[in-house]
Ligand binder design. Structure first.
Ligand code: ADP
Ligand code: MG
Length: 405
């Protein structure tokens, strides 16, 4: 899994070529359309700068929001992104509407040019991975480059079918870095491999729990997920967040791998779900009927820290307590710090996990932080990411028939 199985932009000669980059520029905006966080735009710069620097003409596109196919509303327009991209690159970035069939803008593209192509999800056939649309778009370029890991789990025309028809199809540096890090963590991991799967619900992470359990040496569960496991193990969890209907599933996992799944020995409880609720530390055996478990206790936190200090590889998804409330954030903070302090290669991802990493200031001390969200979870679940599979297919084809095309 961690061998080079796809072509990389850096290895493609692009001077004088038209390079089409499918990026993820889907940034959050406020009601007036102002960009509230431009991380994704900044993360997309290396691919653009590399291609431009080597003399390519660059077209870049992305989805934004959830537009209706066939209609471009102002709210769905990439106009604010063109502006921000221009500011970051200190040049004007022309935004092209109705670009699928090319036109004057395309005919006049030359080395060093950069244009932004409007929201690709507005094109009819994008979501359904339509062949005709993909072929039209592929005709616009000499090199297709996918640099959007966040949409790699979706087969859409710009993420999947287009890669099949472009003369050359490769991965951009951002996509390649994600795949390298994930491959390193799960392909041939340094052992012991310790995974933390925590957060709100077992139901959203059941496949993840099952798949990881096969691969890991230790699976630390936390949050609502740990509560469901405690319930399955015959414990009492009071009014804590849990999914009683999934206790059977949790029980089955404990049956096959009880020694791999350490459960909390102490917890922090409250009588109400509130930031100012009184926090009481107690052994897990003393949880009262009206208690809410909102964090792990200090003994559990240090047991976790010890496991993490010994690990060779760490995969982290999900906060192990209600870290948004300071009184119940100690467990997640200790976990984040233990991962940061561990010599293990670590990879973390997930919406709320990223917020926790930010809150506890450990980002720079983790091995890799995935920006993938859904794609990150699907990769961990062992699923094939269609956008990656097609790049691998093209690379195989090139190896087997190097003179074709
Ligand atoms: P991610 O987005 O990283 O995948 P999830 O969305 O699965 O994570 O879960 C994160 C949420 O779980 C957080 O908002 C956190 O407050 C909540 N949570 C964690 N532990 C508990 C708990 N014991 N009780 C209730 N909510 C919890
Ligand atoms: Mg979440």
């Amino acid at each position: 899994m961690n061998e080079t199985t796809f072509l990389r932009l850096a290895d493609v000669p692009v001077a004088g070529k038209r390079v089409f980059i499918r990026a993820d520029l889907n940034v959050p905006q406020d009601d007036s359309g102002r960009i509230t966080d431009d991380t994704r735009i900044r993360a997309s710069l290396p691919a653009i700068e590399d291609a431009l620097g080597r003399g390519a003409a660059v077209m870049i596109t992305s989805h934004l929001g959830r537009p209706k196919e066939g209609v471009l509303t102002e709210a769905d327009s990439l106009a604010p992104i063109a502006e921000r991209l221009g500011a970051l690159l200190q040049r004007e970035v022309r935004l092209i509407r109705d670009w699928v069939n090319g036109g004057e803008w395309h005919a006049s593209l030359t080395s060093g040019d950069l244009v932004l192509l409007e929201n690709c999800r507005v094109n009819r056939g994008e979501k359904s991975d339509d062949t005709a649309l993909a072929q039209q778009m592929a005709n616009l370029c000499d090199v297709y480059c996918n640099d959007a890991f966040g949409t790699a789990h979706r087969a859409e025309a710009t993420t999947h079918a287009m890669a099949r028809y472009a003369p050359i199809a490769c991965a951009g540096p951002l996509l390649a870095a994600e795949l390298d890090a994930l491959g390193k963590a799960l392909g041939r991991p340094q052992r012991p491999l310790v995974a933390i799967v925590a957060g709100a619900k077992v139901s959203t992470k059941l496949t993840l729990l099952r798949t990881l359990l096969d691969k890991v040496d230790t699976l630390i569960v936390g949050g609502g997920i740990a509560n469901t496991f405690l319930l399955a193990a015959g414990g009492r969890i009071g009014r804590s967040l849990a999914e009683a209907d999934l206790a059977g599933e949790a029980h089955a996992l404990l049956d096959v791998a009880r020694d791999k799944i350490p459960l909390p020995v102490d917890v922090v409880c409250a009588k109400r779900f509130a930031a100012d609720a009184e926090a009481v530390v107690k052994p897990v055996t003393e949880v009262a009927d009206d208690d809410l478990i909102l964090d792990v206790g200090p003994r559990t936190a240090s047991a976790n820290a010890e496991l993490l200090a010994q690990a060779g590889t760490i995969v982290w998804n999900g906060p192990i307590g209600v870290f948004e409330f300071d009184a119940f954030s100690a467990g997640t903070r200790a976990l984040a710090e233990a991962i940061a302090a561990s010599p293990a290669f670590s990879i973390a991802g997930g919406g709320d996990t990223l917020a926790a990493i930010e809150k506890f200031g450990v980002a720079s001390r983790l091995g890799y932080i995935s920006t993938g969200g859904g794609a990150f979870l699907e990769f961990l679940e062992g699923r094939t990411l269609p956008a990656v599979a097609v790049l691998e297919e093209r690379a195989r084809e090139m190896r087997d028939r190097p003179t074709a095309r």
